[in-house]
Write a protein that binds this ligand. Structure first.
Ligand code: HEM
Length: 469
């Protein structure tokens, strides 16, 4: 049977002018590549134009594994997180772990790693299961109510699910529909403006005066307000000596003490870390799930394999922690979705001094762009690179590609803190939902992948949903 080709934006027909690149890049970084970009391992170089007073800046695109390893792993300390990330995200994340560098980052990482240990992830499993059951109930109500027969916007639905999980696991309380919707909309606004302005700041354009700057800042404040209220309530309860949950992530962040300095997080630091976990944790997983459901909806024979596996593993009882490792095919579906649609499609680092990478001399203060999107669909590495083929993860002919050209959670010291958490919630959701429903694509609709801060579908992911008997 031929494999389903997962949509990607059309490559640029030819090498364009710088103006063309920038215009397209402002809409989505995925559309900036010519077909040849998917087949070369050379270090690409773009000299960025800057305003007359600005220092020139270069952008390098890294694709070869040895160069990536050097930047992300072996010499990670010499290639800090790019200022580009900080300038796109700091209104929302403050100096949280996703954007910080140096000793500030090392302290945060020492204090946060324990909250994501295997033991802690096991403890939060019941909260994930409750959120998955709530997702089934929402769809049931939807199918029985006024929306019956209408397609379901799966990207909105999966965002509600992952927002619910992260709320339950951080605060031990579910997210309300109103709060989820408000955060979804505020993040859409923030992401549109934050991405475009971050891109322009690469060219040293002062963006605080541009249209939209105020709207972006207001959207960031709105999201932080939603996250601050339950934090304030917890801190007040602790001050007043009232009982508070002990097993959630917030409890673990409040209790965290840096073994080297003996310090804890203050209130602003707590809010910054919660904002990171909320956004790094819920946007990325929601995007993965929406694409996974679309791919399975487009491949009924693979969806039936997930269903058969879910029936065999869950039977008619609630999901249990031990089920996750038995859902082997569903895990491969998630891994293949992360290959085709890596939610963090690009990772960026800065050079702190002059470097030689591959065949290029890299001046100080250049931006290293690591396009997971290109690596994951690279013609040199992957057979049928655009095809949706979860079984490739079990075949010998893909093991080299998986080792050298597959890193949806990045690698090295700044590898995703929440990778195991994310795999647990995404595998659970796909299997649990397909256990209960059948999904099919909306005829005539092809989602258009775009990457701003995370990879999303520009025109949404509407699917037809039916209850299984
Ligand atoms: C499918 C879901 C996810 C994907 C694909 C993903 C991907 C990534 C990637 C690629 C990075 C590194 C970015 C860079 O190097 O610039 C990262 C970092 C991070 N992720 Fe995730 N992530 C996911 C889910 C989560 C979840 C569920 C959490 C927490 C609840 C989380 C928390 C973080 C944090 C805190 C960092 C920063 C780590 C550091 O800089 O030390 N992520 N993630």
């Amino acid at each position: 049977m031929s494999v389903f080709i997962a949509p990607r934006p059309p490559p640029l027909p030819k090498k364009g002018s710088l103006y063309q690149y920038l215009r397209i890049g402002l809409r989505s970084a995925l559309s900036m590549f010519v077909e040849g970009s998917y087949g070369t391992l050379q270090v690409g170089h773009i000299r960025l134009p800057t305003l007359p007073l600005g220092r020139k800046r270069s952008l390098f695109i890294l694709r070869a594994f040895d160069v990536l390893r050097e930047v992300l792993v072996r010499r990670a300390a010499d290639f800090p997180k790019s200022m580009l990330m900080g300038s796109m995200l700091n209104q929302l994340l403050g100096d949280g772990i996703f954007v910080s560098n140096g000793e500030v980052w090392r302290r945060q990482r020492r204090m946060m790693d324990p909250a994501f240990s295997v033991a802690r992830i096991r403890e939060v499993f019941p909260m994930m299961r409750d959120a998955a059951e709530a997702a089934v109930q929402r769809l049931d109500e939807r199918l029985a109510g006024a929306g019956a027969g209408e397609p379901v916007m799966m990207d909105v639905e999966t965002t509600h699910f992952t927002g619910d999980i992260i709320f339950r696991t951080i605060y031990s309380e579910p997210i309300t529909a109103g709060r989820s919707q408000d955060i979804f909309q505020a993040f859409e606004t923030f992401q549109d403006i934050g991405y475009g302005h971050g891109f322009l700041r690469l060219l040293r354009v002062p963006t605080s005066l541009l249209p939209g700057a105020g709207r972006g800042a207001r959207a960031a404040r709105r999201i932080r307000m939603h996250l601050k209220r339950p934090l304030d309530a917890r801190l007040k309860a602790l001050r007043e000596g009232r009982p508070t949950p002990r097993d959630d992530i917030l409890a673990s962040l409040i209790a965290a003490v840096d073994p080297e300095t003996g310090t804890s997080f203050d209130e602003t630091e707590l809010l910054d870390q919660i904002a990171v976990l909320f956004l790094a944790g819920h946007e990325t997983s929601a995007s993965t799930l929406a694409w996974a459901m679309y791919l399975l909806a487009s491949c009924p024979h693979l969806q039936e394999r997930v269903h058969a596996e879910a029936v065999q593993v869950f039977g008619d009882r609630p999901a249990q922690f031990g089920d996750i490792k038995k859902l082997a095919f569903t895990r491969d579906v998630v891994r293949e979705t992360l290959r085709l649609y890596p939610p963090v499609a690009f990772v960026a680092r800065d050079s702190s001094r002059e470097e030689k990478l591959g065949n290029r001399v890299v001046p100080p203060h250049s931006v290293m762009f690591i396009p997971l999107w290109l690596l994951h669909r690279h013609r040199e590495h992957w057979p049928e690179p655009d095809g949706f083929d979860p079984d490739r993860f079990e075949r010998d002919d893909s093991q080299e590609a998986i080792r050298c050209a597959y890193m949806p959670f990045s690698m090295g010291p700044r590898v995703c803190v929440g990778a195991s958490f994310a795999m647990q919630e995404t595998v659970l959701y796909v299997a649990w939902l397909i256990r209960h429903f059948r999904f099919s694509p909306l005829p005539g609709h092809t989602p258009q992948p775009v990457s701003r801060l995370t990879l999303r579908s520009l025109n949404g992911i509407p699917l037809i949903v039916e209850r299984r008997e």
